[in-house]
Design a protein around this ligand. Structure first.
Ligand SMILES: NC(=O)c1ccc[n+]([C@@H]2O[C@H](COP(=O)([O-])OP(=O)(O)OC[C@H]3O[C@@H](n4cnc5c(N)ncnc54)[C@H](O)[C@@H]3O)[C@@H](O)[C@H]2O)c1
Length: 352
């Protein structure tokens, strides 16, 4: 299959690329490169060619001859969305829908969209399935709902959108994110000897390893059309509906000797538990291979190998919001998050 995957230089994309090549696909990546400064470790993997381009600037002609698209390129979490809801709507809702329309017009047959369990928001005790109501708490989550809605209307015999509602990811990726709960607690534990939870630890957060997200993407690309067309799937495992407190305790045990502490009940209203039965039914080859314990151990191994220090753990590119703030405040990105040209430094006039 000829596959184009966007967000190739992101946390999930950096893990997905080698796996797509490994399945024998003909693969090209697209990424504007917002976090390219951040590369935590080398893994010796062969990666597909990545074209540096914003998905908003791709034309229909760029997409001719592609069989399937995996669309990861968005502003990737709730705090990013709250920082600037308007640019989130532009990239994550309108940008993604326009891009999907161009894909469809160019003859792309399958469109795998990275949605999120975040759409379930403040869910109380209910266990959310794909048919449950949404309680979005952020612009990020609202955009995911709108993209699913608009793409579902585009289904026809030649166009198969699939919505993968990923749980919160964890695990090692060369393009690491330390703004994801388990990764953050693990990095903090390794560099300070403390597991510091900002909230009281009561919110529920289903987790899924980045490798397992990639496995779900491979399954969605290869599943029979009738099993997946226009369908949403929660991506994760019933056994991995953790509370933040449970995640902190796992990290505390993995980074032996670290001291776990909690803050007051925080302003973040997101808390949800999710059923992952549907994906197993429709894509029988999908099974999560990773638990939070195993993921924490994997991170410990990476941190020891690269001797992760405080400066690297806190470096802006590994926290998406910090890096975007840096790129905006230094005017490397314009208000639409497009790269600005490098200013030409003309030599001072010479007095003869
Ligand atoms: N990581 C998670 O926990 C998680 C959970 C649920 C859903 N998702 C979704 O999966 C996708 C990928 O997440 P991630 O964790 O890899 O995020 P990430 O921020 O690490 O990667 C996103 C990549 O997309 C690129 N990008 C953003 N806007 C672009 C644009 N307009 N044009 C071209 N490139 C652009 C960025 O440069 C970046 O490399 C996102 O849509 C995210 O919402 C992630």
């Amino acid at each position: 299959m000829r596959i184009l995957y966007t967000g190739a230089d992101g946390y999930i994309g950096a893990v997905l690329g080698p796996k797509l090549l490994g399945r024998g696909h003909d693969v090209t990546g697209i990424d504007t490169g917002l976090y390219r400064r951040g590369w935590l470790f080398d893994d010796g993997q062969t990666r597909p060619m990545v074209i540096s381009k914003d998905t908003r600037q791709l034309s229909q002609a760029d997409l001719v001859g592609i069989d399937a698209v995996v669309h990861l390129a968005e502003l990737s979490n709730d705090p990013l969305g709250e920082n600037d809801p308007e640019i989130t709507m532009e990239i994550n809702h309108r940008g993604s829908v326009d891009f999907a329309r161009k894909c469809k017009a160019a003859g792309v047959g399958r469109f795998v969209y990275a949605s999120s369990c975040s759409i379930y928001g403040a869910a109380g005790d209910e266990i959310k399935s794909e048919t449950s109501s949404f309680e979005p708490q952020t612009a990020y989550a609202r955009c995911k709902i709108l993209v699913e809605r608009d793409l579902r209307e585009m289904v026809d015999p030649h166009f198969t959108p699939i919505f993968l509602r990923n749980a919160t990811a964890f695990g090692a990726s060369p393009r690491q994110r330390f703004d994801l709960v388990l990764n953050n607690l693990a990095g903090f534990a390794f560099t300070t000897g403390k597991v510091r939870v900002m909230s009281d630890g009561t919110p529920c957060r289903p987790l899924v390893h980045v490798d397992d997200i990639c496995q779900a993407i491979l399954c969605a690309l290869e599943a029979p059309r009738e099993a997946v067309c226009g369908e949403a799937f929660n991506v994760g495992d019933d056994a991995q509906n953790y509370t933040v407190r449970e995640i902190a305790e796992i990290v505390g045990r993995t980074f032996a000797g670290s001291e776990v502490s909690y803050g007051p009940s925080g302003p973040d209203t997101r808390s949800y538990r999710v059923s992952f039965a549907k994906i197993k039914k429709h894509m029988p080859s999908f099974r999560c291979q990773w638990s939070a314990e195993r993921g924490a151990l994997q991170l410990k191994g990476v941190f020891e190998r690269i001797r992760l220090d405080d400066a690297t753990f806190n470096a802006a590119p590994f926290t998406r919001l910090s890096e975007l703030r840096h790129l905006r405040s230094t005017e490397q990105l314009d208000p639409r998050l497009l790269w600005t040209p490098i200013k030409e430094m003309l030599p001072a006039a010479v007095n003869l």
